[in-house]
Ligand binder design. Structure first.
Ligand code: E4P
Length: 217
């Protein structure tokens, strides 16, 4: 399973790259606002840190506007994935862009029907938002399982990019279903390292080691 980080914070991306966990980055307009920096500059800097896909989202709602913005964004680096919303114009832009060999991440997916038509439009990634789905009383993971089954039935190569991840179990459940990618905030990716028994075990070994009076090297 690939891990993308869902942030536009350069320091966080660098830190994750150092762990070896980082396979790509997703951004969105809200994350750009939170980072408080110029969008294009930020994406350009992210591209110096990772060779993995970097999702940069268009904000135009019409096809022509999306294509104009995509043209600017895809010139930033070879690994930019243009993020388009799951709308008619978004999927039209998706079809055109992937036809030209550009990576496209179709975002704001909330149903299996939407995921099906995104795959038919040739999307490189489909982003179902599990956390926001859970928030309104649905089970986000049921959606991931449905999409996995549908894509397997027809051998679609669109990668399932589980988004709106809120906690480590979202990642574990997505991995059990066989999702291709999870994008998560830095905090959630860092939580994957933690287990209290690991900390206790280290403390116990260290205490006993000190009692031996030995040193390595
Ligand atoms: C996906 O690419 C989105 O950026 C993201 O996962 C949104 O998640 P949120 O529900 O935490 O805003």
């Amino acid at each position: 399973m690939k891990f993308f980080v869902d942030t536009a914070d350069i320091a966080e991306i660098r830190e994750l790259a150092d762990t070896g966990l980082l396979d790509g980055v997703t951004t969105n307009p809200s994350l750009i606002k939170k980072a408080g920096r110029d969008f294009i500059e930020t994406v350009r800097e992210i591209a110096t840190i990772t060779d993995g896909p970097i999702s940069a989202e268009v904000v135009a709602l019409d096809y022509d506007g999306m294509m104009r913005e995509a043209e600017v964004l895809r010139k930033i680096a070879r690994n930019i994935a243009i993020k388009v919303p799951l709308t008619r114009d978004g999927l039209k832009a998706c079809k055109r862009l992937t036809g030209d060999g550009t990576l496209v991440n179709v975002t704001l997916c909330f149903s299996a029907a939407q995921a099906l038509i995104a795959a038919k439009a040739g999307a490189s990634f489909i982003s179902p938002f599990v956390g926001r789905h859970d928030d309104v009383g649905f089970n986000g993971m049921d959606l991931i399982a449905d999409i996995r089954m549908i894509y397997a039935n027809y051998d679609y190569s669109t990668e399932i990019l589980v988004a709106s991840v809120r906690h480590p179990m979202h990642i574990v459940e997505a991995a059990k279903i066989g999702a291709d990618v999870a994008t998560a905030p830095t905090k959630v990716l860092m939580q994957l390292f933690n287990h209290p028994l690991t900390d206790l075990g280290i403390a116990g070994f260290l205490k006993d080691w000190q009692a031996t009076g030995q040193a390595i090297g």
